[in-house]
Structure formats: C-alpha cells, structure tokens
Ligand binder design. Structure first.
Ligand SMILES: [Ca+2]
Length: 212
C-alpha cells in the first residue's frame, strides 16, 4: 500500500526508516511496512481521547436529565403574578416586606412574616387571590435564607373553606418546585407556615402557581 498525497498532507511529517514509512501527526503516527497500515497513539493522546469521551457521555446524560426535568416541571406563566396577596403579618409593617412583593415578578423583592411581635411566628400565613377558579398542578416558592422548613399549601374557592393539597416537611432556601400529588382547582392559594427554618420569619421572593 502506498500513502497518497491526500493522506500525506494531513500529517505533520514523513519519516522513512529502513524499509518502513511513517507519517507523524500530533500525538501518534501511522506506519506502513509495505504489507499493512497501522495507526498508533501515544499514552497521553489516548488519555485525552478517553477523557473527552467520558465528558461527552456525562454531558449527554446531564442534558437528558435537564430535558426530563423540563418535561416534569412548571411551564408557561405564573398565574399568581401581580394578583392580590394578603398575609397574617409582615415584618415591622414595612412596605418592602408586604405580601404583594412575593408576586411582583421581581426576584429581589420579598414577603417576610413578622417575627418580632407575632406570638406564633411559625404559624404565619400568606395567600393569593387568582381572580377565578384555576387548575393548579405546580407550586414554586423561592425562599430567602429565612425559609419555611415545614408548611402546607391550601386551596379555596371562597377564601373561607380550605383544602390541603400539599404538605411539605423539607423546605429549603432558594427555589423549591412542587408538583401537586393530585392536580387541584381553586381561586385562592394559601401558604400556611408550620415551622420556620431559621430564627427569622417565613420569607419568599416569589410564589408561583402553574396549571401545567
Ligand atoms: Ca418579588
């Protein structure tokens, strides 16, 4: 077999030793002894190829995980955004911690329950009026460091008679996404605190309600 010009021009050099022709390229070489052609890689090049392959497999698995999470996460518009929100109390009666701050669409503003004067700060509640009876499949809560460790989510058609649709025992700071065990319907959605995760109040930046 003879190396042709198209093959040779892709390599960095040609070496001829005894009766053997070798084409060198970064990290390896191709040899031809007149009977067969073989390609060899150095150990370092093999390690680089192995690492590249493992990274590619990891990235593919990661992307598959992200895709599946998207399929099972909330989609579309936050139905609670800019709707009327009320609460049991807010910190120092300071407007910057008012209940509407949890549905204003801004991730920097938040509701915080009043932990200074409340006699039962663990039991603080917050609720939003969606305006109409609404199908609900997902709830998202973006907690501040003052998070709710345990809480319930309730729904109501009239704001008086409530039905528990979610019970959480392991809330955490940051974004929390909950798929309701059973899809619910209601006009009002309430966050009922049970146990705070810190010495401060129940506080979240944004509260999300999604139909799907
Ligand atoms: Ca906000």
């Amino acid at each position: 077999m003879i190396f042709d010009d198209q093959i040779i021009k892709n390599f960095t050099s040609i070496r001829i030793t005894n009766n053997q022709k070798m084409l060198e390229f970064p990290g390896g070489y191709m040899s031809n002894n007149g009977h067969m052609t073989s390609i060899s890689f150095g150990r370092r090049e093999m390690n680089k190829k192995l690492i590249t392959m493992v990274c590619a497999l990891f990235c593919a698995a990661l992307m598959a995980g992200i895709a599946s999470a998207g399929e099972d996460g909330p989609n579309g518009k936050n139905l609670a955004e800019d709707k009327n929100a009320t609460c049991s109390s807010f910190e120092k009666d300071d407007p910057q911690f008012a209940p509407g701050k949890a549905v204003d669409g801004y991730k920097q503003t938040r509701w915080s329950s009043n932990f200074f004067t409340d006699k039962a700060p663990d039991d603080a509640w917050w609720q939003v009026d969606l305006g109409d009876k609404t199908a609900i499949s997902f709830i998202t809560i973006n907690f501040e460091a003052a998070y709710g460790k345990e809480f319930n989510i309730l729904v109501s058609d009239d704001g008086k008679s409530w039905k528990k649709v979610l019970e959480v025992k392991d809330g955490k700071p940051g974004e929390n996404i909950f798929k309701l065990p059973v899809p619910a319907e209601g006009r009002y959605v309430k966050y009922q605190g049970v146990k705070r995760g810190s010495a401060y109040g129940h506080s979240f930046f944004e509260f999300g309600v999604y139909s799907n």
